[in-house]
Design a protein around this ligand. Structure first.
Ligand code: UD1
Length: 431
């Protein structure tokens, strides 16, 4: 069984290079099948979620050529199935972006329904509302979500709740609809903007991405392109929090500092120094006292829900009482019990975690409950006294490229082990 093992207590220092944004790449990969010409996507993160979606794209018949670890060429001309199996959806929900992409291109698609997930129930009502508004007949039954249309025609769509997934799915389908579509109360996340820029590079006409109102003028067809995915703001934020929690000094390279503003602001409030450069941020926790602050997760540009566990891991060792309010997903505090095993003092009341800072974590054997919660456990382990062993690292591997290699380069004592023998060997080495 694969595990991460960490001997904590080393202040991280040096430089780390951030990979491409997983969540942008998922939308972009789906969009790549919308033309019969070849699309080259660069700066893909080499993580499990991306490889699952590429598998789903191959499975519907598209030609996929992996040029290197971070580059793929996709040609959607040979697509011969308009149906995406549960096998992919259950591994990665965002395979449902193939709904918008296939419906836009072929006016017909069938995708297995995603269920709830580890962080909460994940409805698709807004996706359905959007696709219906474009003229599709959408049917949700027998564990499937299918949509068909003779023609897709642009429309005015108001999203009752800000949803990244619904915004991207509707944008994909509307790019090839007839006439104008307006998405109101659209998600403004950097990955929404990146998917829009990518589609525009294929000849789509999408304006306003990054604001509340996205305007799309449908085009009859899209063409091939070469496009590089933006850096991953959540991966970057994770290294920022790790630098803070270990009182380190880390230069985080290949980022767009603007995308990190919410995380930077909160780490400054907690006592860190943040220096911003054109495409890097430096987090200085060295010699700084960490103190409490208050966080509420919100859609972008608010504090990202995907950074909630990581920042909580920092606040749990910051002096004073912090509050962390989760306003996007209802079940995102499951990792708190694992942090408690490492000495944290956190009480959850409904959607609020009350975090009373303790002096330090103590290493323990813990279990990653989901992707970002797993990252929080790594942050705790890196700053803990003693050895932390993390089980269920498959969740972490879904979204972090070479996380062990990157932390080791920053000075961490960390390894991936897959046997008791390797675990003992690591313990001997660091003792
Ligand atoms: C995306 C991200 C995920 C992140 C989340 C919020 C990807 C692949 N995943 O997920 O990492 O945590 O944004 O930033 O990009 N909702 C509805 N009806 C819908 C759709 C959503 O009520 O049809 C609700 C959800 O339950 C949630 C909120 O809207 O409360 C936001 O969800 P959404 O932005 O859609 O999240 P995802 O796109 O699934």
């Amino acid at each position: 069984m694969e595990q991460y093992v960490i001997k904590g207590g080393t202040a991280l220092s040096g430089e780390v290079e951030i990979s491409g944004a997983k969540n942008a790449a998922l939308g972009i990969l789906a969009g790549a099948i919308m033309t019969d010409e070849t699309v080259t996507i660069e700066n893909l993160p080499n993580v499990k979620d991306i490889n699952v979606l590429i598998g789903a794209i191959e499975d519907i018949g598209a030609a996929v050529e992996r040029v290197d670890e971070h580059t793929v060429k996709i040609n959607g001309k040979s697509i011969n199935r308009l149906s995406v199996d549960y096998e992919y959806i259950k591994k990665i929900r965002a395979s449902y972006y193939l709904m918008g992409a296939l419906l836009g291109k072929y006016k017909s698609a069938e995708v297995a329904l995603p269920g709830g997930c580890l962080i909460g129930s994940r409805p698709i009502d807004l996706h359905v509302k959007g696709l219906k508004a474009l003229g599709a007949n959408v049917d949700v039954s027998y564990g499937l979500w299918s949509a068909r249309a003779d023609r897709l025609v642009g429309n005015h769509i108001y999203l009752d709740k800000v949803s990244v997934g619904a915004t991207i799915n509707i944008m994909l389908a509307a790019a090839l609809a007839e006439g104008k579509t307006t998405i109101e109360n659209a998600a403004k996340e950097p990955h929404v903007v990146d998917v829009a820029s990518f589609l525009n590079s294929m000849g789509a006409n999408i304006r306003g991405a990054g604001t509340d109102v996205i305007r799309i003028v449908g085009v009859p067809k899209l063409h091939g392109t070469t496009y590089a995915v933006i850096p991953d703001q959540i991966e970057a934020g994770t290294y920022m929090c790790a630098a803070a929690a270990t009182h380190g000094d880390v230069l985080i390279k290949n980022v767009i500092p603007k995308h990190l503003e919410a995380t930077s602001a909160k780490l400054i409030e907690a006592g860190c120094i943040i220096e911003e450069y054109d495409d890097a941020v430096r987090v200085i926790g060295k010699g700084r006292k960490l103190s409490s602050t208050h966080i509420t997760t919100l859609p972008y540009p608010g504090f990202p829900t995907d950074m909630q566990p990581e920042i909580t891991a920092v606040l749990a060792i910051s002096e004073g009482t912090s509050t962390v309010t989760e306003s996007i997903f209802e079940n995102r505090f499951k990792y708190v019990d694992e942090l408690a095993r490492m000495g944290a003092n956190i009480k959850v009341e409904g959607t609020v975690a009350i975090v009373t800072g303790v002096e330090k974590y103590t290493g323990a054997r813990v279990q990653a409950p989901d992707l970002r919660a797993g990252a929080a456990l790594i942050i705790a382990g890196l700053s803990a006294d003693g050895i932390t062993v993390i089980d269920d690292i498959k969740y972490i591997q879904r979204g972090y490229e070479d996380i062990v290699g990157k932390f080791v380069k920053l000075g961490a004592d960390m390894a991936e082990v897959d046997s008791e023998h390797d675990l003992q060997k690591f313990k001997l080495k660091v003792s």
